[in-house]
Write a protein that binds this ligand. Sequence first.
Ligand SMILES: *[C@@H]1O[C@H](CO)[C@@H](O)[C@H](O)[C@H]1NC(C)=O
Ligand SMILES: *[C@@H]1O[C@H](CO)[C@@H](O)[C@H](O)[C@H]1NC(C)=O
Length: 288
Amino acid sequence: MAKILRSMFFTIIFAAWVLLASARLHYHGAHSREDIQLNEEVYFESRSKRGVTTLTDYDSDSVFLPADEPDSGAGTADDLPTCLLCVCLTGSVYCEEVAPEMTSVPALPQETAYFYARYNKITKITAKDFEYIVTLKRIDLTGNLISEIEDGAFSKLALLEELSLAENQIVKLPMLPAKLISFNANHNRLKTKGVKANAFKKLTKIANIFLAHNELEAVPQIPESVRVLHLQVNNISSVSDDTFCKGNNTYYIRPNMNEIRMDGNPVVLAQYPNSFTCLKTLPIGRYQ
Ligand SMILES: *[C@@H]1O[C@H](CO)[C@@H](O)[C@H](O)[C@H]1NC(C)=O
Ligand SMILES: *[C@@H]1O[C@H](CO)[C@@H](O)[C@H](O)[C@H]1NC(C)=O
């Protein structure tokens, strides 16, 4: 009896040891490099199971360039050259001021939620750029040279909440996706005919609309969800009773709006007193 017990005991100890050793081997073989990088370079981000590749990888022997680039515009972080130029973290891709010049949106890893490509030389957004990246929540393309955006480039991104196209050369708004909360197109060349009156109408969650420093001559329809509206430095010369309020209903109070900037426009707001009776705070702008 004692003999059987003892041999069982040793069998269990041996099995546990084998399991432990193989787990450790796997850990060192597969993940140690990534973990070291995470600890050294991305200390601000919580540890991730997925790989991290940064510019410093350029000279290292572990650089892995796939022989054939995927055409689909999507892949895993590890097999995209994008992650050699940009910093790819779990769910985020940072491509700010990339050298050599980046003139179009790079292929993004699948499951990218946050894409930052500020201050590059991107000239055009095509319908294919984000086609397979339906996980995107935030896109920041501030400070590029974008003058053309193909139809449908953003409109199908059902989870997109923040889109910045500030400091580009856009004359016409793209179709915007329904869940958008914040839209920034400050410092562009937007013309009235490029911003349809109902451009924001279907955006039921939109809270911030930034259209300052453009060439607009009219205010588009502003959904009730909007809290902050920036229209300063445009060419708006008049507003109407229906621009912010409901001309036919003097009891109406606009519930959410708490900042409207109209300064730097020709419009003299005091000439349109019925245009802001529903607002809790006066628009910022010229009154005389
Ligand atoms: C501003 O709008 C007026 C019409 O209201 C137009 O005559 C003028 O050319 C516009 N200015 C600019 C700089 O677009
Ligand atoms: C006020 O105008 C809106 C839009 O023009 C219309 O839908 C609504 O029925 C009008 N309300 C009243 C009380 O006339």
